[in-house]
Design a protein around this ligand. Sequence first.
Ligand code: FAD
Length: 337
Amino acid sequence: MPSLKRYSTFGLDADCASIHGFSDIPSFLSLYNSHETVYLLGGGSNSIFTEDFQGAVLVNEIKGISHFDDESYHYLRVGAGENWHDFVTLCLENQWYGLENLALIPGSVGASPIQNIGAYGIEVNAFIDTVEIVVLDTGEKTLLKNNDCAFGYRDSIFKNALANKVLITHVNFKLPKAHTLATSYGELAALEKPTPESIYHKVIEIRQQKLPDPATFGNAGSFFKNPVVPMSVLANISKQYDTVPHFVVPSSDVQSSDEFVKIPAAWLIDQSGFKGATLNQVRCHPTQPLVLTNLGGAKGKDVIAMASDIIATVYDKFAIKLEPEVRLMGSKGLISL
Ligand SMILES: Cc1cc2nc3c(=O)[nH]c(=O)nc-3n(C[C@H](O)[C@H](O)[C@H](O)COP(=O)(O)OP(=O)(O)OC[C@H]3O[C@@H](n4cnc5c(N)ncnc54)[C@H](O)[C@@H]3O)c2cc1C
């Protein structure tokens, strides 16, 4: 059975029945229809294989980037198998601005709408025009408009109603020529006379300082989502802590008239005593406790044990249930904690 170790940035030892790359829709459909159980993979930076997977892994290698513009926008049609950071860099080199805050996020362009990747004050949905998909069961090609994708915080229709039902083949971006820089994030706010180029380089610098490089310590970025909770939950926690970091969530994002706040999961995990904690070869990263790392030779059961312990402890202490941001794979498919 082939090893999945180099197909997932967390780098656990796990095998699968077979691995196949595909670079066009006909070859994808023929692979998909000839295997009973499949998992679609891009760069494997959000997927953790916790044990051997009893199915075929199909790796998206659909490439190609085309561009045109009009008076107001740059339009880009990008193959789902293109590397995200390379695409962001290409945009910057051509002065097609907007995506610079999202530099150095690992993975493929095709996965970017799935969890609506975001960083440093920007989410990718602000720049997505349409998403081209193939419906797995019928092979039908169709196009989803931005509004059809139900984008939310690390969320979209692709994680809900369309989960495991479609292949994303291309993402169409629309980058406004009258572009506003997003510099609200702390360390970007300190930039003097910010430009898209200086933001791009600063984001890369901050990320390289703060986040463990998967090439050194396997990881999948943020393991948990930052919980969004009603203001009353924050008020309760604030009775015991002088300062509780939080960000008010716009009511349009939560579709509710009540006030909601986002509390950094890293703070909750840190307060629960896990920062730097190690279970066998799985470590809660000492400078960014939201990230779990593989110190080398970690086992899937230890990743699950550590993550479950964090969830239970944070829940006992704060009555907040952390949800994984990563995709955890078991022997038959996705598993939840
Ligand atoms: C060091 C590090 C830092 C990170 N920082 C960030 C960050 O700042 N912000 C952020 O949002 N994320 C971050 N991530 C998470 C990750 O980079 C993103 O989620 C990324 O979009 C995953 O892309 P991928 O191609 O590697 O996805 P994969 O892990 O290959 O796939 C993710 C999911 O999407 C599905 N999928 C993949 N491609 C397709 C397709 N073409 N069609 C249908 N389904 C598909 C898979 O089945 C799987 O369920 C980070 C990860 C790491 C390792």
